[in-house]
Design a protein around this ligand. Structure first.
Ligand SMILES: [Zn+2]
Length: 683
């Protein structure tokens, strides 16, 4: 703990120092003027021929935009371009091959080192020492980009292989050969030239925001209602917002759960408005009535001053905006976080994502589902019912029985690893494919709940981390392990089965989550058990649709807040606090008030991801939609063959990947239509 505090305080100091000199990056000013570019272009056309004009223009511009004074003089820039432009196709092929081979060696081996450095922190392998945290914090990738530029390797790629915009990929990508796609991805790897110091500054700000969120717990036993009663058990400590939200969900089956749900909702409102007394954040030293916002010394009637948390939440949020502003100048193609998120990370146009969110938020079936929920609850909806959790199939097998079955079958981590081929056979993989996959996945005992970590070079293995207690695996652990196995199988196919290294992987994280859910959902099949609740599928669809409706609104808030910050770059944390509440309330009034019959609710602003993840939330909505489409397509088809076919497409753009995978673009329509059928079935 002491170490942790030390690290944290050093971090705070370094952030303060870094912020105060954040204008000092002028030495990295990038870009050469057009007249110099033109002179070089003309000389190159003369040397290599008019037929290479287009490639020369693009290449020179790409290099010039990222060239800094410390890369060389204008003369050196010219010489570099003249000497490193490959105009003969056979030589260009060799250059392309060198990049494929050498980048796989670079990233693949760095990944192996990184995995080893993190081993002690991730894997249950004896004591964790201070030295393990040092290796864990060592950023093996910190200087890779800088070094690739300094060595001029990056410039050679940019001089010879064009970067395509998302629009170009969307319009022309369908006609490209696999090799053209691989070249486009190769160039994408060098799209931004962010100096190591700037990325370091950025990641420290995010780390600090993440640390704030990670340590934002509410001690529930210290909450009092208007009668002075404690509604929550001792030792119940809930993290905001996940823990608070999950407790709201967990209270649905309780006959008197609503009082607790209302109390948690009030806590959330106080957090959003920054009215929560500072003494209640991550501390259990006082009692608090979140309705009246009064505070007492624990267990007494002694009033304490209720000083609110001093806007820390929005200070962190604002800092992440400032962190992105540091990166903006080094990102010539995508000069805002909004551009980077949509155009290079998600690769779905901002307007397409927004249209999809609104399609979900305004789907008429939402009204039907809301009425269904009211019927099931026997009351009108409350704002926190955006987390309604009652669309659950009746469990045919009690959890204890499932625990016993799983424990007998997987007493140890090794037993689980040995069973991988049989598990894959049950999912429908042929003997050959099951063995191929099992040979490329290794299982480690996890410290956390579990995770899946793919390799980055062929011949290396994907790692499945799972938690197996002393007396054997339990059902929850197995369910998570199945989720991770879905990731691992995707990881093996998309690395080993893809024809070009530059195309390895999936378009974005939503796709790998989709496969993880496909596996997780089949966990009982794998155990040889079956569910026969005739409503199971309908309930699952309604649950998916309602969850997607909830997260779609939060996504929209996240997007609008980032737009607001870029429109008001001098606003600062106080105005941000007001803007977030205003935007969240506007989104509520437009898309939730007509369904809930309640106006002016700011609840959508509670998501902690907003503070520490830089507009990541829309990925969840996209993930739900993609997962539904893939699952829908797989109904009645061969999971094993279809999954491999989809995966070996590699990292195309999401829309193109989806068209080739399931025959249509990313769309919420299948979910909305299926939800309509589910409503009729339940009525
Ligand atoms: Zn996952």
């Amino acid at each position: 703990m002491k170490n942790k505090l030390l690290v944290l305080s050093t971090l705070i100091i370094s952030i303060l120092l870094l912020t105060s000199c954040s204008n000092g990056n002028k030495e990295y000013a990038m870009g050469l003027p057009e007249n110099i570019q033109d002179a070089v272009i003309n000389e190159m056309i003369e040397k290599f021929g008019e037929e290479h004009k287009e490639r020369i223009q693009t290449g020179v511009k790409q290099v010039a935009e990222r060239w800094r004074s410390d890369d060389g003089t204008e003369e050196e820039f010219k010489n570099f371009c003249l000497e490193n432009f490959y105009h003969k196709q056979d030589e260009l092929d060799l250059v392309f091959d060198r990049f494929q081979t050498n980048l796989e060696a670079l990233y693949g081996n760095l990944h192996r080192i990184n995995r080893q450095f993190m081993w002690q922190l991730h894997v249950e392998a004896g004591p964790v020492l201070p030295i393990d945290y040092m290796f864990g914090a060592y950023n093996i990738y910190a200087h890779v980009s800088d070094d690739l530029y300094r060595s001029k390797i990056a410039f050679t790629a940019l001089l010879n292989f064009p970067i395509y915009t998302l629009e170009e990929k969307t319009v022309k990508g369908d006609q490209w050969t696999r090799r053209q796609w691989a070249e486009a991805r190769l160039a994408d790897g060098f799209i931004n030239r962010v100096p190591a110091e700037v990325s370091q500054q950025r990641s420290e700000i995010y780390t600090y925001a993440d640390d704030y969120i990670t340590h934002y717990n509410i001690y529930m036993h210290n909450l009092l209602n208007d009668d002075g009663d404690r509604l929550f058990p001792e030792d119940l400590r809930l993290i905001s917002h996940w823990g608070l939200r999950d407790e709201i969900k967990a209270q649905y089956p309780n006959p008197d759960g609503i009082e607790r749900q209302q109390m948690i909702y009030r806590v959330m409102q106080r957090i959003i408005a920054q009215e929560i007394p500072a003494v209640m954040v991550n501390k259990n030293e006082a009692d608090w009535n979140p309705f009246s916002n009064e505070v007492w010394e624990t267990g007494t009637q002694e009033s304490l001053p209720a000083h609110p948390e001093p806007n820390t939440r929005y200070e962190h949020f604002w800092k992440t905006f400032e962190a992105e502003k540091l990166v903006d100048p080094y990102s010539p193609v995508n000069p805002t976080l909004i551009d980077r998120r949509f155009n290079t990370q998600r690769e779905i146009l901002e307007e397409d994502v927004e249209a999809m969110l609104i399609e979900i938020l305004t789907a008429p079936v939402i009204q039907d589902i809301a009425r269904l929920i009211e019927n099931r609850l026997g009351r009108n909806l409350e704002p926190f019912d955006i987390w309604y959790d009652g669309f659950k199939a009746r469990g045919q097998y009690p959890e204890e029985e499932l625990d016993r079955i799983v424990r007998d079958r997987f007493p140890t981590v090794d037993a689980f690893e040995e069973e991988l081929p049989q598990i894959l056979r049950r999912l429908g993989f042929s003997r050959d494919r099951a063995e191929y996959l099992s040979a490329r996945i290794t299982v480690d005992p996890s410290r956390g709940a579990g995770h899946a970590w793919g390799a980055r070079m062929r011949g290396d293995k994907a790692h499945l981390r799972t938690r197996v207690p002393e007396d054997g695996m339990d059902y929850k652990g197995f369910n998570i392990a199945m989720h991770e196995l879905g990731h691992n199988v995707e990881q093996v196919f998309t690395l080993e089965g893809v024809d070009y290294y530059a195309l390895n992987g999936v378009p974005n994280t939503a796709f790998t989550e989709a496969f993880a859910f496909v596996f997780q959902y089949r966990d009982l099949d794998v155990l040889g058990l079956t569910t026969d609740d005739p409503e199971a599928d309908a309930l699952r669809t309604l649950n998916d649709m309602w969850n997607t409706y909830e997260i779609a609104g939060v996504s929209l808030v996240d997007m609008r807040v980032w737009r607001w910050m870029y429109e008001n770059p001098d606003a600062g944390p106080r105005r941000l606090r007001d803007a977030v509440q205003r935007i969240a309330t506007e989104v509520w009034n437009e898309y939730y008030a007509p369904v809930f019959g309640i106006e002016d609710v700011s609840l959508l602003a509670i998501y902690s991801h907003m503070i520490s993840l830089g507009m990541y939330i829309p990925d969840y909505t996209i993930g739900h939609v993609i997962a539904f489409q893939i699952e829908d397509y797989l109904q009645g088809r061969d999971l094993a063959m279809e999954m491999e076919r989809m995966c070996i497409q590699g990292r195309l753009t999401p829309q193109l990947w989806m068209q080739k995978a399931v025959g249509s673009s990313i769309s919420a329509q299948p979910m909305i239509e299926e939800a309509g059928r589910a409503v009729r079935k339940m009525e």
